[in-house]
Design a protein. Structure first.
Length: 148
């Protein structure tokens, strides 16, 4: 007689695959956002470590700041065994975080360009200069300057 065939039809399988694809297209972008948030927090931690090492260098080296982050590696006492790499760097392999001493002053800025990979912050013309808070956008910054 007639045996009932068990299984799924092609239409049923296509419907299930379509539903899974729709759900994946909704969920995957939110995971990317979480990964970027994690990178931002990790970069902030790296910059805080570099700031501590820079201030230690200042205290132990005649009240002068290093001219580059690599000088921190030969500092005594050594705070950082290696310079962390910028998570948002477009270099291959990734570059170090950016570091500059503000010309003619005893102020420094350590920063990452952030997710948009473009330096956004700007300094005011005040004496001493300040970082214009509205210009920062997505840059991740640590400094001994005021941010206003």
């Amino acid at each position: 007689m007639f045996k009932k065939k068990e299984g799924f039809t092609l239409i049923e399988l296509l419907i299930v695959i379509s539903v899974i694809a729709i759900l994946a297209s909704i969920i995957i972008p939110s995971f990317r956002g979480m990964q970027q948030e994690g990178d931002i927090v990790a970069a902030q931690g790296d910059l805080n470590t570099l700031k501590t090492a820079t201030e230690s260098y200042y205290l132990h080296n005649n009240r002068t700041y290093p001219t580059s982050l690599t000088e921190l590696l030969s500092a005594s006492p050594q705070i950082v065994p290696s310079i962390p790499k910028d998570r948002f760097s477009t270099c291959s392999p990734p570059c170090d975080y950016n570091y500059t001493i503000v010309s003619g002053t005893n102020y420094y800025i350590i920063w990452s360009n952030g997710p948009n990979e473009v330096k956004d912050y700007s300094l005011t013309t005040d004496t001493p200069p300040k970082i214009d808070k509205s210009s920062i956008k997505d840059d991740i910054i640590t400094t001994n300057l005021s941010i206003e």
